[in-house]
Design a protein around this ligand. Structure first.
Ligand code: C2E
Ligand code: MG
Ligand code: MG
Ligand code: MG
Length: 279
């Protein structure tokens, strides 16, 4: 009936009915305020050397608590991108993480510990971003190679020419570049070849049944060989069980990250493994 069709039409075009959009709008102002007020939290998860068990790096991960609820970064980072808030969000996380890295470096007495910061596709295409990185390196007296920027394959889809230029400037500053979530994106190896990477992070999609599925183990073996042949340091993400870590060691994998070693959390006031790091 006409009435039915009308109802259907109203339901279809009423913005309140399209839930992601409504949520986006409802959270946009609070997110903007939280970023402006420096209320986005940063937690840290160690990247472990499988030989020694010591952390070689930490990954900084953004956290937003709003109205008693933890909004995951998979939700609020894309939201920030749609609201043009990424430069401010990235600058905040970079600043907080660099300050933490500087404190840890003083504590352990050397500057070999690294800090990884995630950057969105729009940021690797922002020609002003390398200046921001140079800024924190100098303000916190970091060794440039202590800072690692994690990009995803999808970063290379939009404007490869600009991304290459920005990546090149970051590398010439001495900062590190990691390819995050490797194996899940839409980019091609042809594009990857043009970016001066140092680290490859294999997505946790390859880790889940690594210890029980021989096919997954063959994929992992091949991915580790690829990284090694390209001269990259390979980090395997999402290690949750001892058995997975055992397989990785057998395959010659050096670096891993996951709940087995530590969940992302607030920075410990004292690094628990400072002894190991000194050794
Ligand atoms: P990512 O960079 O790949 O970060 C790793 C994610 O895996 C984190 O989720 C971490 O908590 C989770 N994880 C670590 N170990 C394990 C494990 O053993 N098992 C499982 N199931 N998960 C594990 P988180 O913190 O929710 O972050 C999700 C994504 O949000 C990140 O993925 C990154 O892409 C993005 N993100 C986080 N912080 C920032 C940021 O400051 N800027 C940007 N642009 N993106 C960020
Ligand atoms: Mg990451
Ligand atoms: Mg990842
Ligand atoms: Mg991820």
């Amino acid at each position: 009936s006409a009435k039915g069709a009308g109802k259907h039409r109203i339901a279809r075009y009423d913005p309140v009915m399209t839930l992601p959009g409504a949520r986006d709008l409802a959270l946009r102002t609070p997110l903007q305020r939280a970023i402006g007020a420096g209320e986005i939290g940063v937690v840290y998860q160690p990247i472990i050397d499988l030989r020694s068990g010591a952390p070689v790096a930490f990954e900084a991960l953004a956290r937003w608590r709003y109205d008693g609820e933890d909004i995951p970064p998979d939700v609020f980072v894309p939201m920030a991108a749609r609201a043009d808030l990424l430069p401010a969000l990235t600058a905040h996380v970079l600043e907080v993480a660099a300050a933490q890295l500087a404190r840890w470096s003083v504590e352990v007495g050397h500057r070999s510990l690294r800090m990884s910061v995630n950057i969105s596709p729009a940021i690797i295409a922002d020609p002003t971003f390398p200046d921001a990185v140079a800024g924190v390196i100098s303000r916190y007296a970091l060794a440039p190679e202590q800072l690692v920027l994690e990009i995803t394959e999808d970063s290379l889809l939009a404007d490869l020419t600009v991304a290459r230029a920005v990546a090149g400037r970051l590398r010439s500053l001495g900062a590190g570049l990691a390819l995050d979530d490797f194996g899940t994106g839409y980019s091609s190896l042809v594009h990857l070849r043009q970016i001066p990477l140092q680290y490859l992070k294999i997505d946790r999609g390859f880790t889940g049944d690594l210890d029980t599925n021989p096919v997954t183990e063959r994929f992992m073996r091949a991915l580790l060989a690829l990284g090694r042949d390209l001269g990259l340091d390979v980090v395997v993400e999402g290690v949750e069980r001892v058995e997975q870590a055992d397989v990785l060691r057998q395959l010659g994998c050096r670096y891993a990250q996951g709940y087995l070693f530590a969940r992302p959390g607030p920075a410990p006031t004292r690094l628990p493994t400072a002894e190991l790091l000194r050794a």
